[in-house]
Design a protein around this ligand. Structure first.
Ligand SMILES: [Zn+2]
Length: 140
């Protein structure tokens, strides 16, 4: 009997943004750890292609601005792109207006437009549903 199982694979390609945005780190050591995200993304894309697996990638706008060709390769390989703020900001530390600005800025840089949204740091606040709904209407 064949097994019938489903698996959801998602990746956060945060790169430098998680160190700058969420952790306020500016040391070369922290930044270099973020830069490894691009190396890991290359490796993951090769592995996913080899196994013919599609996945979801949550990518902040800052990462898209920093690695546009690599992000394009993720999209061109057929993986789903998810919104992940602009610089992986912690929404708990933002006012409602600032949170809306961060979500809009993250989308403004994203090519292609994200299919899903996941708040960085796993926190969802008041702006999240409103901005998600408005951006979904803008895409249709
Ligand atoms: Zn993340």
């Amino acid at each position: 009997m064949a097994a019938n199982a489903s698996v959801c694979l998602s990746f956060d390609f945060d790169a430098i943004s998680v160190w700058l945005g969420s952790l306020n780190a500016t040391s070369p050591s922290a930044i270099s750890r973020g830069e490894f995200g691009a190396v890991a993304t290359e490796r993951l894309l090769e592995m996913l292609a080899r196994w013919e697996i599609k996945s979801t990638w949550f990518i902040p706008g800052h990462t898209i601005d920093t690695y546009p060709d690599l992000v394009r390769r993720v999209a061109d390989a057929g993986h789903e792109i998810g919104h992940h703020n602009y610089c992986h900001e912690n929404p708990i530390s933002l006012s409602l207006d600032d949170e809306k600005r961060v979500l809009d800025r993250g989308t403004g840089t994203q090519r292609p437009k994200p299919h899903r949204m996941k708040s960085a740091m796993k926190f969802r606040r008041r702006a999240f549903p409103e901005v998600c709904q408005r951006q979904a209407q803008d895409r249709s």
